[in-house]
Write a protein that binds this ligand. Sequence first.
Ligand code: DGL
Length: 258
Amino acid sequence: MDKRNLPITFFDSGVGGISVLREAVALMPRENFSYFGDSANAPYGTKSVDEIRSLTLSHAERFRRQGTKALVIACNTATSAAISSLREIHTDIPVIGIEPALKPAALMSEHPTVIVMATPLTVSAAKFNDLLGHYSDKADVIPLGCPGLMEFVEDGSLDTPRLRNYLQELLRPYLDKCSPDAIVLGCTHYPFVKPLIRQIAGENVRIFDGGPGTARELQRRLTQEGLLTDRTSKGSITFDESLPEKIDLCKKLLNARI
Ligand code: DGL
C-alpha cells in the first residue's frame, strides 16, 4: 500500500484529543484519521511520568502494527512524559506532540499576565519548565494545575452548575488578584469548556489553545516528508476507545460547535 494513504493516528488519554483532531480534519479533509482515546486509564495528569510513558509507548507500538503514517500525541500530558522516547523509537514517521500555547500568549502584548491551565503532571514537568524559562522575561506566567477538570469533559458535561462552580472556585482568586490578559488551555480536554471559561474570565481575557498550531505542524511535516494523501475525495475518521461506550461522545465532540 502507498504509505501516503495510510491513516494518521491521533492519541489522547481520553476524548480531549478530539479538540486537536477537528483542527486537522478541517485543514486536511482528504486524509484518513484514526483516533484512540485511553479513557479506561484516564486521567493521565495525576499519574507518574513512568506510568504515562509506558502506557503511551505501548499504545504507539500497537498503532504502528496496525499501520499509520504519522502519530499525533494530542495530549499535553503524554507529550511531556513520552515525546522524546517516542521519537527515539519511531524514527521513520512524523511524531507530533502538543504543548501549551504559551508562545503566542506571551507575545500578544508588552509583558502580559498569562494563566496556563493544564494537568498537574504538565505544569510540574521539566518540558513545561523549559518552556517557562523561554518566556519568563516576556510575560508573567501563572501555571495552574487543574486536577479534576478533564473528568467533566470525559463525562460529557460541558455546561453544568457543578462545572461552573468548579471553574469559578479555581479561577476567581487568580482573576481577582492578577487581572490576567490571557489564559492558555494547556490540556486538550479544556477547549470543550472554553465557553464557560470565557463567561467566567470575561471577554477581555484572550484564550489560547494549542490545537490549531499542532494541526498546522502536522500538515507541515506531512508536506515536508511527501506524505500527504493523493486521495481526491473526503477521507474517513475512525474512533477507537479503551472504553467503547465513549465512542458516541467522541463523535458528538467532533461535531460540537465549540
Ligand atoms: N488531555 C490531556 C492533556 O492534554 C490530559 C488529560 C488527563 O489528565 O488525562 O494533557
